[in-house]
Design a protein around this ligand. Structure first.
Ligand code: PHE
Length: 357
């Protein structure tokens, strides 16, 4: 029996792969293997002999089985190691430039402006693109009969016949997020909300879906001067220049009082858009001091808190910064356009690392 044991343990140790090991198993402890044959001989033995040989054979069988199992596990580990060695992938290799997707200019501009406003202490808020007309209009001091509703070329959601709840709308601006943020977070408050908005309008600088970023700062001591400083700092950082010329024009919005629209100096020579020079102005945002009624609609005491708000066109400032002449091409999903105007998705814009380099 010692010879049997020595023979099979050696064969097991020497088996080079799972097939060889299986052959050893069959020859040793398989149904017709050598140990089974020996077991059959037990019947011919005397009772005394059997009492010694029986347990010894069983012990031998157990020993061979556990050697087989151990070797099988070792072979499995080795096979896995071998696979890992041949199938390795270097994830630190640069991606293949031709296969690399790119960031859309709107996403890039959103990342950049978020980095800038974050530095000034604004956090990012979000709201739904389909909203009730209460959030989109009423809470913003635009009651049902107000001409601003018509001016905004609103897309109304269809209601089933007989359903006379007020309609939902595709939000026409990001201003409803002012109300939602006030309700959720109270005052003091400093948020921006970038996102898509919708209006029925279409030409070289208007598309039915476009992007705005809302800004809102509420506190006990905020004035128009804070608004002007924040916007000037933003515009300088965003366009990565020491000075840009802004024009504040008195204007009117139902949800701010006083209100100002802000234009940026630019030129449109030969269809090429340039910022900071030329005789043209491009409107980039609406702004003002938040109307007390709006603060109250957000559940905040307007006698204690006041603040400023602005709504800026993200697509507009992306066109200006990256020199893209036609807004309509933004949303055509033309791969050649995306490759030309897209940004590397591996460069995250930060103020210290550079915004768009
Ligand atoms: N919601 C306005 C628009 O879309 C912009 C705006 C926002 C104006 C906040 C003032 C304050 O035109």
């Amino acid at each position: 029996m010692d010879d049997l044991k020595a023979k099979y343990l050696t064969q097991i140790a020497e088996a080079g792969d799972e097939n060889a090991l299986e052959a050893v198993r069959l020859a040793a402890v398989g149904k017709k293997g050598e140990v089974a044959l020996k077991m059959r001989e037990l019947g011919k033995m005397s009772a005394e002999e059997r009492q010694v040989a029986g347990p010894a054979l069983n012990a031998l069988k157990d020993e061979i089985n556990s050697a087989l199992a151990a070797k099988k596990a070792a072979l499995g580990d080795a096979a896995l190691d071998e696979r890992l060695r041949t199938e390795w992938l270097d994830v630190t290799l640069p991606t293949r430039p031709r296969r690399q997707g790119s960031l859309h200019p709107v996403s890039q501009a959103t990342e950049e402006l978020t980095a800038i406003f974050a530095e000034m202490g604004f956090s990012v808020a979000e709201g739904p693109r389909i909203d009730t007309d209460w959030y989109n209009f009423d809470a913003l001091n635009i009651p049902g009969h107000h001409p601003a509703r018509a001016e905004m070329d609103t897309f109304y959601m269809h209601r089933a016949e007989g359903d006379d709840r007020p309609p939902h709308v595709l939000r026409t601006h990001t201003s409803p997020v002012q109300i939602r943020s006030m309700e959720k977070m109270g005052a003091p408050l400093r948020i921006i909300c970038p996102g898509g908005v919708y209006r029925a309008d279409y030409d070289q600088t208007h598309t039915p879906m476009f992007h705005q970023v809302e800004g809102l700062a509420l506190d006990e001591n905020i004035s128009m001067a804070n608004l002007k400083w924040v916007l000037e700092e933003f515009v300088k950082s965003f366009f990565e220049v020491d000075s840009v010329e802004l024009r504040f024009r008195a204007s009117h919005f139902p949800f701010t009082e006083p209100s100002a629209e802000v234009d940026i100096r630019c030129s449109w020579d030969n269809g090429q858009l340039k910022i900071g020079e030329g005789d043209d102005w491009m409107e980039i945002l609406g702004s003002g001091m938040v109307h007390p009624k709006v603060i109250a609609a957000g559940g905040i005491d307007p006698d204690k808190y006041q603040g400023f708000a602005f709504g800026m066109g993200i697509d507009r400032i992306a066109m200006l910064k990256y020199g893209i002449p036609d807004l309509r091409a933004f949303f055509d999903s033309d791969l050649r356009w995306l490759r030309h105007y897209g940004f590397s998705c591996l460069d995250v814009p930060t103020l210290h690392g550079g915004l768009s380099r």
